[in-house]
Design a protein around this ligand. Structure first.
Ligand code: RB5
Length: 153
């Protein structure tokens, strides 16, 4: 798969581990930065990955900050993005099967590197469900983008 990845300064160490893991698993990736350890603002990096995934340049995105919270909040502002904050493998799998999440958010200060690797592997391997109820619900998430544009909420 083609994976877009980025972090802020709070997630740069886990980003390095994760890019190495992606290589080992045979995925291609593009690192949207930052490329040094200076303090940066997570929305600036979330939007780069979120737009690249929403535009179809990449199959999935991974965003890492200290907690994953700011990345998830920012990425979910981009139309077409369903970003899931997952700190356990069950949530990672279900975020794909039930919610068809296309961006995974992680917090480097929350999970250890071993668990983070398992979460990433689980999330990449899980497929979205074919069941009608999940399609219907994800369709309603997608429709919220249109409703927001029309109704201005
Ligand atoms: C940066 O200190 C920290 O606030 C950030 O990495 C993240 O945890 C925000 O959600």
């Amino acid at each position: 798969m083609r994976i877009a990845i980025a972090s802020d300064h709070g997630g740069s160490r886990l980003k390095s581990d994760t890019t190495r893991l992606l290589q080992e698993l045979g995925h291609t990736h593009h690192d949207f930065g930052p490329h040094d350890f200076h303090d940066v603002d997570y929305p600036d990096y979330a939007v780069k990955v979120a737009r690249a995934v929403a535009d179809g340049e990449f199959d999935r995105g991974i965003l890492i900050c200290g907690t994953g919270q700011g990345m998830a909040m920012s990425a979910n502002k981009v139309k077409g993005v369903r970003a899931a904050l997952c700190h356990d493998t069950f949530s990672a799998r279900i975020s794909r099967e039930h919610n068809d999440a296309n961006v995974l958010c992680l917090g480097e200060r929350v999970v250890g590197s071993g668990l983070a690797a398992d979460i990433v592997k689980t999330w990449l391997e899980a497929e979205s469900s074919d069941e009608e109820r999940h399609h219907r619900r994800v369709g309603k998430i997608i429709a919220l983008d249109e409703r927001r544009a029309l109704e201005g909420f």
